[in-house]
Ligand binder design. Sequence first.
Ligand SMILES: CC(=O)SCCNC(=O)CCNC(=O)[C@H](O)C(C)(C)COP(=O)(O)OP(=O)(O)OC[C@H]1O[C@@H](n2cnc3c(N)ncnc32)[C@H](O)[C@@H]1OP(=O)(O)O
Ligand SMILES: CC(C)C(=O)C(=O)O
Ligand SMILES: [Mg+2]
Length: 570
Amino acid sequence: MDAKTFSSKNGMPDASVKYRPYPQIDISDRTWPSKTITEAPIWCSVDLRDGNQSLVNPMGHDRKARMFQLLLDMGFKEIEIGFPSASQTDFDFARWCVEEGRVPADVSLQVLVQCRPELITRTFKALEGAHRPIIHFYNSTSELQRRVVFGKDVHGIKQIAVDAAKMITDMAAKAGGGYRFEYSPESFTGTELEVALEICNAIIAEVKPTADNKLVLNLPSTVEMSTPNIYADQIEWMCRNIDNRENVIISLHPHNDRGTGIAATELGLMAGADRVEGTLFGNGERTGNVDIVTLALNMYTQGVDPKLDCTNIERIKAVYEYSNEMLIPERHPYVGELVYTAFSGSHQDAINKGMKAIRQANSPVWEVPYLPIDPQDVGRTYEAIIRINSQSGKGGIAYILQADYGINLPRNLQVEFREDIQRITDEEGVELPSKRIYQRFMERYVEQPGARLKFVDHHTYPAGTEHKGVRVVAAEITDRGETRRIEGKGTGPIDGFVNALSSYLEIEISVADYSEHSLQHGSNAAAIAYVEMEHPGGKLFGAGVNTNIVTASLEAIVSAANRVLDEKKA
Ligand SMILES: CC(=O)SCCNC(=O)CCNC(=O)[C@H](O)C(C)(C)COP(=O)(O)OP(=O)(O)OC[C@H]1O[C@@H](n2cnc3c(N)ncnc32)[C@H](O)[C@@H]1OP(=O)(O)O
Ligand SMILES: CC(C)C(=O)C(=O)O
Ligand SMILES: [Mg+2]
């Protein structure tokens, strides 16, 4: 088609000429909008077929077997293991599953086949000996494919499907039964609803499903062509109009061409579907199949048992990446590397407060701002929840020091230290890992390499009977490496030592705030003391770490004094 033949808007060919809007469904009394999902559907993984057929390098035996074992471990009861009539690899894998796959009795192997006699015959061979396998047959029914691929009218297309249904049910009966059946009017979303219904009812009439052997009627959104509400309308319409509904399992098989596969599936379930076909993290043709892990965890976070084990999401990811030879993006729901991480200040602050509140409340209900799921439920840790870059605030920095190093910064120190970290992240333009934040804190407030003053020792003695309750603090410090003895009076060691230092340095300093706590991390018995020091230029903090809490406090005073001296110099 020549784009120049019609007018162009915004540099693109005119959409109103090139594309047609998807028609509305005639169902004004739809009920799905007021439904909720209250139980998990029957899940069927199509990773080994739809997922596999879309890969650059389709899976060989090892990659398939690793994926198959994972699917069993997660609790899938229906697994489409391939298209055995299409390739020797798929045929051999089906035989391996039957003979060596240790398939539990409650799991059905499923295979796909076109409505072509020679392929159907080979499919039965591939499944010999399987326990209640599902033969999934399909043909495309869409208006477009009828016209351009098959060159047949509705009657001709229906005949292809009915002939296959007859052949399959006959072969199953000859083999002594024990088979289950699934039919897909492929390209359902490109098929007029009345046509889809006519063909599906013809299949139901041929297969004659019963309560003991229901037919799976799979209504694929082979290509996602509309907003998800329209798919839901189509599903509700089919559920209402299909023959023998009680013996038919309505299955969804959404693809994700418009990026709304999850929404379409959820609305489709509200519209009455019983079953969902999809893949782990949504591998599949083009933009993929619907992502079953996300669907399951969406249900889980609404209080519904998803009936799939996603407790080790890292293993699911590892197998996905090994078997599909693809990587999962950082933002992928529930599993991406960054989905449990907040860089931005206000998010970090809220998470920090939420985590504290949940610890204190001792309630089983999860409610932490910005975290729709507890990362531990899927085997992720809290470690990566907060990471620091130039968008981060004091709450995040405080969280990291607390969570990773047991350091509980007083609020004013959080504000002060955040400015320092902000300067570094702005300069470097990259994330600052937890270890560097800790190192920076220790260097700036505790270790102070190259600082003028160092605390060495102290002792106290009563100031004399005329000064009741007052003690003299006699301390040894070094000043640029030279030992100095200083003395000051006060009501306690902190007070006396500040006075001593104030006289020695000839600077007005006093303690505006003081706090301390023990350190759980690092040296077990150590304590950390924080001193906020008032001086002629304002207020600033110092910190000291020592196994003796008084020593830690005096070190914190020296630390603050060094910073006052630095500020004076600057
Ligand atoms: C939406 C989906 O995911 S559907 C599943 C798609 N998956 C795959 O195709 C993967 C495996 N498939 C294959 O390896 C091959 O297609 C095979 C081996 C099954 C068949 O291969 P071939 O016969 O060589 O060729 P090809 O696939 O091109 O067949 C197309 C022919 O089958 C017909 N056909 C296609 N689908 C069907 C169907 N479901 N039922 C009946 N006939 C069909 C076409 O009309 C076409 O007929 P024509 O030869 O008369 O023009
Ligand atoms: C074979 C069918 C179910 C399919 O994969 C699709 O329509 O997407
Ligand atoms: Mg598909």
